[in-house]
Design a protein around this ligand. Structure first.
Ligand SMILES: Cc1cc2nc3c(=O)[nH]c(=O)nc-3n(C[C@H](O)[C@H](O)[C@H](O)COP(=O)(O)O)c2cc1C
Length: 197
């Protein structure tokens, strides 16, 4: 078994992967959505908190409900995608720690610490969203992440029955139409934003 991904795999995941604005008319199945989740859930979160809460908008009706809260320029990027997932987080993720991190009483670390929970839920759900994009790409799919929408309205619309959940960002998933993307923006060399000490 190789102990590293091939160059072609790295192209698929990083070097050739792009953020897509338009989509080919090709479905993403429920099995593919489950396959993405089954990979992303394996990515590390602190104390295995798993605070991400995901709403996979696949039906036309769900995408319309989501697009209604998006910036004008993002509406079509939601409506024409096979699926658009809302990445949210649970401010009360600690309630699940007794089964998610069973070997110690991690729930007690967060009780009465609303600010600590918010910080941790945000940090770790964003990580889970990154795992989601890499999982989708590794399965041959493309992504179009977006934050240009009304988070509060989307929270109310999709998490009405879960008052401790918050919507954070969204990501269209499908087979990207390369004619809809512009030239790659610059990526800084190592020396620009790194220190190796
Ligand atoms: C969290 C996040 C939010 C973004 N929000 C939007 C958005 O609202 N609308 C949009 O068209 N692109 C959005 N983008 C896309 C970025 O502009 C794009 O990922 C970046 O320019 C890199 O493009 P590339 O992956 O094609 O190189 C967002 C990306 C991320 C990761």
């Amino acid at each position: 078994m190789p102990d590293a991904l091939s160059d072609a795999d790295l192209d698929l995941l990083f070097r050739e992967a792009r953020s897509f604005n338009g989509w080919l008319d090709k479905d993403v199945s429920e099995d593919q959505i489950h396959a993405i989740y089954d990979l992303l859930k394996m990515g590390p979160t602190s104390a295995n908190q798993q605070p991400g809460r995901f709403v996979w908008c696949k039906s036309k009706e769900a995408k319309q409900r989501l697009a209604a809260h998006a910036m004008e320029g993002n509406k079509d990027k939601i409506l024409t995608a096979p699926v658009c997932v809302i990445i949210g987080y649970d401010l009360d993720f600690h309630e699940h720690l007794p089964w998610l991190f069973p070997h110690t009483d991690a729930k007690s670390w967060f009780e009465g610490n609303e600010e600590g929970r918010r910080e941790s839920a945000f940090r770790n759900s964003v990580l889970q969203g990154a795992y989601l994009m890499l999982a989708a790409r590794s399965l041959g799919l493309d992504c179009g992440p977006m934050s240009g929408f009304d988070q509060d309205a989307t929270t109310k619309e999709f998490f009405a029955d879960q008052p401790r959940y918050r919507a954070d960002w969204i990501c269209s998933i499908g087979y990207g139409d390369r004619s809809t993307i512009f030239e790659r923006s610059p990526r800084p060399d190592f020396d620009h934003f790194n220190q190796l000490i």
